[in-house]
Design a protein around this ligand. Structure first.
Ligand code: NAD
Length: 292
């Protein structure tokens, strides 16, 4: 090579190496996310995943003690500026509006909503009281409506689009005997997400759903009576539940909170810029294995 040309190539290679070494901005840097039920098992994993990709995260939950604990843990890992908490009962219209307003004051806007707060109860239809029915419908279906409405109002005003992710359930698609209130409310969430995907498309607001199968580890739902009820309906001991779900799945694998968080990260970020109105089943193939 002529001397000048060799020099140019060497110079170019050095510049390229310098660029490679420069820290790259994280994919969610500058974005603000609000995670309902953010102090629970799946919500915490989701918050952690979004924080690790650079988002500022507002954890919203009705359980103030758990919120404080989660905030302390995340502040140690990511720094206190990246995480905020807000007490929010998703069924209380005024509290929902107040929590979203707080998030905007803290971080200047909202780009991502993960609607995840939930409960679960199981009982045969004859024993399902109106109170139990209403509790499932109000925390799940109505709660998802109230937080989405608030996010839509904000995101439309900002004119920057946004991503809304619902944590519904495998039970929103597949029926389950003895849990009709929960299953019906979860089905409503899934359909709400599809309606909102239509409404938000023009404004660049994407709405997608993640359907987990049983996630036993870390979940407060699974430490309560739901555990006993589900074991009884499968005629097994509670200690056998995890193995039972693993064996029932096509991939013979358990689903963990981190698996749900990974799907949420995909849907919250620009990786899924062309997806809306969709469902990701994180179920180790359970949906298919039911039909075999
Ligand atoms: P979890 O109990 O560990 O977390 C749920 C969180 O929601 C809790 O922190 C709780 O305080 C909060 N919450 C409950 N009611 C609330 C209300 N009215 N307002 C605000 N916050 C409220 O349960 P999880 O397993 O992490 O479940 C999270 C979501 O995932 C739920 O919507 C659940 O239905 C769904 N899901 C869970 C599983 C599973 O097997 N764990 C499977 C499918 C779907």
């Amino acid at each position: 090579l002529p001397e000048q040309e060799a020099f140019d190539i060497e110079y170019w290679l050095l510049e390229e190496a310098k660029l490679q070494r420069m820290p790259k901005p994280k994919p969610l840097a500058g974005r603000v996310a609000l995670v309902t039920g953010g102090a629970g098992g799946i919500g915490r994993a989701i918050a952690g995943r979004l924080l690790s990709e650079g988002a500022c995260v507002v954890l919203a939950d009705i359980d103030e003690g758990a919120l404080e604990a989660a905030k302390g843990d995340f502040a140690k890992g990511f720094g206190a500026d990246q995480v905020r908490t807000t007490r929010m009962n998703v069924t209380a219209e005024g509290e929902v509006a107040g929590s979203f307003a707080d998030a905007v004051v803290e971080y200047g806007g909202l780009d991502i909503l993960v609607s995840n707060a939930g409960i679960a109860s199981a009982s045969p239809i004859e024993d399902t009281t109106l109170e139990v029915w209403d509790r499932n419908v109000s925390i799940l279906a109505t709660g998802y409506f109230l937080v989405s409405r608030e996010a839509f109002r904000l995101m439309r005003r900002q004119k920057l689009g946004g991503s809304i992710v619902f944590i519904a359930s495998k039970n929103g698609l597949a029926a389950s005997a003895g849990a009709s209130a929960y299953c019906t409310a979860k089905a409503a969430e899934i359909h709400l997400a599809r309606c909102l995907a239509l409404e938000g498309a023009e404004a660049g607001i994407r709405v997608n759903t993640v359907n987990p199968d049983a996630v036993l580890r870390g979940s407060k739902i699974w430490s309560g009576e739901w555990r006993e009820q589900r074991a009884a309906s499968s005629r097994i001991d509670t200690s056998e539940l995890e193995e039972h779900y693993r064996n029932r799945s096509l991939l013979k694998r358990s689903v963990f909170p981190e698996d749900i968080a990974e799907a949420v990260y995909f849907l919250a970020s620009d990786l899924s810029a062309k997806s809306t109105g969709n469902i990701i089943n994180v179920d180790a193939g359970n949906q298919i294995s039911f039909t075999r």
